[in-house]
Design a protein around this ligand. Structure first.
Ligand SMILES: [Zn+2]
Length: 133
């Protein structure tokens, strides 16, 4: 897996999810337990997706595609404002989440949604790449 391949996967996901703002993907050294991370920069009006270097060293194509798909779902959630951050407060469907960090990672609704869709999206990417060959 190289950066060109990652960009190819990203382009398909952007199209599939209909993400309008630019998405910049950065490969970086992350904590061992973190694979990826999404943030939106309102100043540059751009999504940033950080992917951990260890993904590329150790993980399969499918795993990288799933992590990327997961972060793209967060990009979509942010863009449609279903998921919002304001003054240190997280909102999901305009409902404030005061207990975000108590709730536990996998029970947060935006994580449930991202996790539910990552495998299907990775499969869509795989099929579309096959069609291109
Ligand atoms: Zn997530």
């Amino acid at each position: 897996m190289n950066t060109t391949e990652v960009q190819k996967i990203a382009d398909i996901l952007i199209e599939e999810l209909d993400i309008e703002r630019p998405v910049e993907i950065l490969l970086t050294e992350m904590g061992f337990y973190e694979d990826g991370c999404h943030s939106f920069d309102s100043k540059s009006n751009k999504h940033f997706i950080l992917l951990s270097n260890h993904l590329f060293k150790w993980w399969s194509w499918t795993s990288v595609a799933e992590v990327l798909a997961h972060e793209m779902v967060h990009a979509k959630q942010t863009e449609t404002q279903v998921l919002r951050y304001c003054d240190g407060q997280v909102y999901w469907n305009d409902k404030p989440y005061k207990d975000t960090w108590i709730l536990g990672y996998w029970r947060r609704p935006w994580e449930v949604e991202a996790r539910r869709n990552e495998k299907t999206l990775a499969k869509i990417v795989r099929n579309r790449l096959k069609e291109m060959v």
